[in-house]
Design a protein around this ligand. Structure first.
Ligand code: BGC
Length: 853
C-alpha cells in the first residue's frame, strides 16, 4: 500500500516556533509505484483549517499552505493520504507544526542586561538571570527566548531544550533569531524558577581569524517570554523586564566561543543584583532552521607526550567540547588545551590553528581552566566549541579514559548519503569529508573550526553540492543565504565572509572589504542557490534569492571593460567582456610546486582569468534561472555576458600557456570553449596530469571540477588514477597519513579540518556510483566502475526518497543493483551499453565489464 512518509514542514520535522506564515509541506512515498493523487487535511485545535480534497497529482514536495490564515502560536496537525497507480488510497500519515511569534506586538518581554557598563578592553564572566514565579497545573507552556550573545535556559534546574549556542549566528545588525521551546513538562504546581545564562557568543566574543571582539556590541542582552496556558484556557506570561535577578558571580568566570571557558566549580550564582532594562533595535524572528546539537561521543586513549604531559587522543578530529568528572580537593586546578594535531616531536601543535601563535594573545586559545571543588566534580562545556582530536591535561590532577568524553556539536542535519566501496582509503576519504562537514556546519558554514571559524563564501560554494549529497542542507543553507543577502552591499557586491567576522587585516587595512566581490567567493550568491536547486528542485530557493543573485551578477558586470591597479592590458575588442578590476584570491592554495602565491599578483592585482570565467558561468546560470522563474526581461543581459565573456575568455586565455591544471579545468568545466579549442585544452590537461604522475594540481576552486571534467571528456580512467593516487599531494595521501578530516592545503601545514578539498566526493557519488537528480521526481543513474575498485555503493536520501546505486565486479562481468524510490523514475545508463528508464523498485543488471576510459 502506498503511504506518505518523512513528512516535513518547510524542510523541518514537527517544528515549533515556525516563522513562515505560508509553510510548505513535503513527504516521500513508500510501498508502491506511483502517487496519482493526494489529500492534505489540517486541523487546529481539532477544527479543520485546510482540506485539499482528493487532488490528482504526483507531487510530493513544496505544497504551499493555502488553508486558513496562520496566526502566531497556532498549532497545526496535518495529515496526508496518497493514492497509488490503481487509485487505491493508502493509510494516513501525520505531522505537526506550530507557529512562533509572528509580530512585534507578540513580544511583551523587554530586553534586560547585567548591571554593569562594559569596557571593551575587559572580558566579563557569564551573566546569570533569574526569576521565580508561582505556577499551577499547565495545559501547555512555551518559552520564547533569544539573546545578544549565546544563552542556555534552565527551568527548575532542568535544561530547556537541547539547542547549543542559541540563538545562533546572524548579522546582528539586521537579523536576530529566537527559539521556541515546549516546556510544558518542566512547569510545576507551586514555586518555579527560570534561570538563563548569557555568554558572549558571536555577538561580543572573539570571532574570525583575528579573534576580533565586540564586533556586534559590547553589552550582552536577554529577551525571554514564558507563556503558560492553563487547562481553563487562562494564560500567564512571565517575561524579562523588571524584577529579574542578576549576577555574574557564578561558576563561569569566562566563556568564549573560541578561547574556551574558565570555571570555578566552587561557585553558585548569588543573583544578588537586579537586571537592568535595556533595548535592542531588532524584533527577533524565527530561523526556521535546524539547530546545533550534541551528537557523537568519543572516549580518549590516554598517554603522555615526549615532554611528559598527559595526552588524550579522541581518535577523531571534531568540532565540539567535553564532559568530565573528577575527584579532587577544593581549589585544585585542571587545565585542558585542545588541538587537531601533534607536531613532529609528538607535542600538541597549536601553531597550525592559531594566529599570533606563541604570544599571549594567540587566537583561538581552545582552553578550559577548572578550579575544582572538594570531592566529586562534574563539568560540561556550555559556551565554547573547539576543533580538536587531542587534548593535553595539566594542573593538579590527571584524567583517566573513563573520566572524560568528547562530544561533537553541529547543526542537526540528517545524514543523506552513505557510500561504501572495496577501497578502504576511498571510504575513509568520504568519512573524513563528512566529518569536516560536521566540524564546520555550526549554524553557519565555516572554513575551519579553529583558526578562523569564519563563514567564507568561497568554501561554501565549493562544497554545497558534495555537502547536500552527505547531509540534508536545505534548511541550513536557506538560512545562510539570508545571512549572505544581509551582507550584500548596496552596489550588489557580495562579501567573502558572511556574517561578518572582521576577519582579516593586512597592512592595517580590512583586506576583506577590498576582497568583497572576489571571483569564486562572492559567486556563492549564484552558485549556492543554484546547486541547492539542482538537488532539491525547489524554485522557491531561487525565487527567494533571485534579487541577490541578480544584483551580484550586475555588480560583476561593472568590473568589465576596465583595467584595475596592476591589471594586465587586454586588446580593445575583448576588453568589454573581460573582468579586470577588483581583488580576489585566484585559484587559491594550489600545491606549492605547481604555483606559489604572491601577495602582489594574487592578493592585490586583478584575476581576469578566474573573474571572467566566473562571470560567464554565473551569467549562463542566471539566464537559465530567469527563464525558469519567468523573468524574461532579465534574460538578454545574462545571455549577452554568458556568451561575450566566454568568447573573450577563449580568445584571451587559450591556448593555455601553463601546466597549472586549474587553467584547463575551469574553462572546460564552465563550458566556455567550443569544439576544437575545448579538445586542445583537454589534451593539454591530460598532458599536465600525466607529467605530474597523476597527482592533483588544483587549488580550492577547481578541486570539485577536475574529476568531473575528466569524466565528461571520456577519461574516467584518469580520474580514478588521480583519486586513487596515494602520492603527495592527493586526497588519499592525506588519508594514508592518518587524517580523520580533510586538510586545508595539500601538505597539511595549515588547518586539518577544511571541507573544501573534500568536494571531490561529488565525483565519487555522481560518477563512481553515478547518482544524479536530473528533474522533478527523476534521477539519472550512470555509474562508471573503474580504477582498482571491485565494488561501490552509494545511497542517497534525496528529497524524493532514497535512491541507491551499487555495482560489483564478478569475474568478467559487472553486476549492478539500483533502487529507485516510490513515485519517481530513473534513467539508467550503464557503461556496458544498457539504457533503460525504470520506475520505483530494485533493478539488477549484469554486463560484461568494460574498462573505464
Ligand atoms: C580560509 C579559507 C578561505 C580563504 C580565502 C583562508 O584563510 O581558511 O578557507 O576561503 O582564506 O582565500
Amino acid at each position: 500500500m502506498l503511504t506518505a512518509t518523512r513528512l516535513r514542514t518547510d524542510y523541518l520535522t514537527d517544528p515549533i516556533g515556525l516563522g513562515n506564515p505560508r509553510p510548505r509541506l513535503f513527504w516521500t512515498c513508500d510501498g508502491g509505484t506511483a502517487q496519482t493523487a493526494y489529500r492534505i487535511v489540517a486541523t487546529r485545535d481539532g477544527d479543520s483549517v485546510w482540506d485539499t480534497g482528493k487532488v490528482s497529482s504526483s507531487k510530493m514536495t513544496g505544497h504551499e499552505w493555502s488553508g486558513s490564515v496562520l496566526l502566531s502560536r497556532d498549532r497545526v496537525k496535518w495529515r496526508v493520504q496518497v493514492w497509488d497507480e490503481d487509485d487505491r488510497p493508502g493509510g494516513w500519515a501525520s505531522a505537526t507544526f506550530e507557529m512562533g511569534l509572528l509580530h512585534a506586538r507578540d513580544w511583551e518581554a523587554t530586553w534586560i542586561t547585567g548591571d554593569y557598563t562594559p569596557n571593551k578592553k575587559h572580558r566579563y564572566p557569564v551573566d546569570q538571570f533569574r526569576r521565580s514565579f508561582q505556577g499551577r497545573q499547565v495545559a501547555s507552556a512555551r518559552l520564547y527566548v533569544t539573546a545578544c550573545g549565546v544563552y542556555d535556559a534552565h527551568l527548575n534546574g532542568a535544561r530547556v531544550g537541547d539547542v547549543i549556542l542559541a540563538p545562533g549566528f546572524t548579522d546582528y545588525h539586521s537579523r536576530l533569531y529566537y527559539q521556541a521551546y515546549d516546556v510544558t513538562d518542566l512547569i510545576t504546581d507551586g514555586a518555579n524558577t527560570i534561570e538563563i545564562a548569557v555568554a558572549e557568543g558571536w555577538y561580543r566574543g572573539s570571532i574570525g581569524a583575528l579573534g576580533a571582539r565586540n564586533v556586534y556590541g559590547t553589552q550582552t542582552k536577554l529577551l525571554a517570554q514564558l507563556e503558560l496556558t492553563y487547562a481553563d484556557g487562562n494564560r500567564d506570561i512571565i517575561s524579562t523586564g523588571n524584577g529579574w535577578g542578576w549576577s555574574d558571580d557564578g561558576p563561569l568566570r569566562f566563556a568564549d566561543l573560541k578561547d574556551g571557558e574558565r570555571v570555578d566549580l566552587n561557585r553558585e550564582p548569588s543573583y544578588r543584583g537586579a537586571a537592568r532594562e535595556t533595548a535592542f533595535s531588532l524584533v527577533p524572528t524565527a530561523a526556521d532552521n535546524v539547530t546545533p546539537r550534541e551528537k557523537e561521543r568519543f572516549t580518549p586513549t590516554v598517554s603522555r607526550t615526549p615532554s611528559g604531559v598527559q595526552l588524550l587522543d579522541f581518535g577523531q578530529n571534531i568540532a565540539g567540547y567535553v564532559e568530565l568528572t573528577a575527584q579532587a580537593c577544593r581549589g585544585q586546578q585542571l587545565r585542558l588545551q585542545f588541538a587537531e594535531h601533534l607536531d613532529a616531536e609528538g607535542e600538541l601543535d597549536m601553531a597550525a590553528i592559531q594566529v599570533r601563535a606563541g604570544k599571549p594573545n594567540a587566537s583561538p586559545q581552545q582552553r578550559i581552566d577548572l578550579t575544582l571543588a572538594e570531592g566529586h566534580n562534574s563539568y560540561k562545556t556550555r559556551f565554547a566549541v573547539f576543533g580538536f582530536r587531542y587534548a593535553i591535561v595539566t594542573g593538579d590532577i590527571e584524567l583517566a579514559t573513563k573520566d572524560i568524553t568528547a562530544i561533537a556539536v553541529y547543526s542537526d542535519m540528517a545524514q543523506t548519503g552513505r557510500f561504501t566501496s572495496s577501497h578502504p582509503l576511498v571510504n575513509q576519504l568520504v568519512q573524513n569529508t563528512l566529518w569536516s562537514m560536521k566540524g564546520n556546519f555550526l549554524d553557519v558554514p565555516t572554513d575551519c573550526p579553529t583558526r578562523e571559524r569564519a563563514p567564507w563564501t568561497g568554501d561554501a560554494q565549493i562544497f554545497t553540492r558534495t555537502g547536500t549529497f552527505l547531509m540534508d542542507t536545505a534548511a541550513f543553507m536557506r538560512k545562510w543565504l539570508r545571512d549572505l543577502e544581509d551582507r550584500q552591499m548596496p552596489d550588489g557586491r557580495v562579501p567573502c565572509v558572511a556574517p561578518d567576522t572582521h576577519n582579516n587585516e593586512v597592512f592595517g587595512m580590512d583586506q576583506l572589504k577590498a576582497m568583497a566581490g572576489a571571483a569564486g567567493w562572492a559567486d556563492a550568491a549564484v552558485l549556492v542557490p543554484w546547486q541547492l536547486y539542482e538537488l532539491y528542485r525547489d524554485e522557491t530557493i531561487l525565487r527567494d534569492s533571485y534579487d541577490m543573485m541578480k544584483r551580484h551578477v550586475e555588480f560583476q558586470i561593472t568590473r568589465t571593460n576596465r583595467t584595475g591597479l596592476f591589471g594586465k592590458r587586454f586588446p580593445k575588442a575583448d576588453r568589454k567582456y573581460i573582468s579586470n578590476v577588483g581583488q580576489a584570491f585566484g585559484e587559491w592554495l594550489e600545491p606549492t610546486d605547481v604555483y606559489k602565491q604572491s601577495v602582489l599578483k594574487d592578493l592585490i592585482a586583478p584575476h581576469p582569468e578566474e573573474a571572467t570565467a566566473y562571470l560567464a558561468f554565473t551569467s549562463r546560470i542566471m539566464a537559465d534561472v530567469a527563464r525558469l522563474l519567468g523573468r524574461e526581461e532579465d534574460i538578454p543581459l545574462f545571455e549577452e555576458y554568458a556568451r561575450g565573456c566566454a568568447e573573450a575568455y577563449a580568445r584571451q586565455f587559450t591556448p593555455v600557456d601553463s601546466n597549472r591544471q586549474s587553467k584547463m579545468v575551469r574553462p572546460l568545466a564552465f563550458g566556455l570553449l567550443d569544439g576544437q579549442t575545448a579538445d586542445e585544452t583537454f589534451a593539454k590537461l591530460v598532458a599536465a596530469i600525466e607529467a605530474r604522475d597523476y597527482r592533483v594540481g588544483t587549488g580550492f576552486l577547481s578541486t570539485p571540477l577536475i574529476l568531473p571534467v575528466l569524466s565528461k571528456w571520456g577519461r574516467t580512467d584518469i580520474a580514478y588514477r588521480m583519486l586513487e593516487n596515494e602520492a603527495e599531494p592527493g586526497w588519499l595521501f592525506q588519508v594514508r597519513s592518518g587524517a580523520t578530516t580533510v586538510w586545508e592545503n595539500w601538505d597539511g601545514t595549515a588547518s586539518r579540518n577544511h571541507y573544501s578539498p573534500g568536494s571531490v566526493c561529488q565525483w565519487i557519488f555522481e560518477t563512481v556510483c553515478g547518482v544524479d537528480l536530473t528533474g522533478e521526481q527523476e534521477f539519472t543513474i550512470a555509474p562508471q566502475p573503474g580504477g582498482t575498485l571491485t565494488h561501490a555503493s552509494f545511497s542517497y536520501d534525496s528529497i524524493y526518497g532514497t535512491v541507491t546505486s551499487a555495482w560489483r565486479r564478478e569475474g568478467d562481468h559487472t553486476a549492478y543493483e539500483i533502487s529507485v524510490p516510490s513515485n519517481t523514475i530513473a534513467h539508467i545508463r550503464l557503461s556496458g551499453g544498457t539504457v533503460a528508464t525504470v520506475g520505483a523498485g530494485t533493478w539488477t543488471y549484469r554486463e560484461a565489464s568494460t574498462r573505464a576510459r
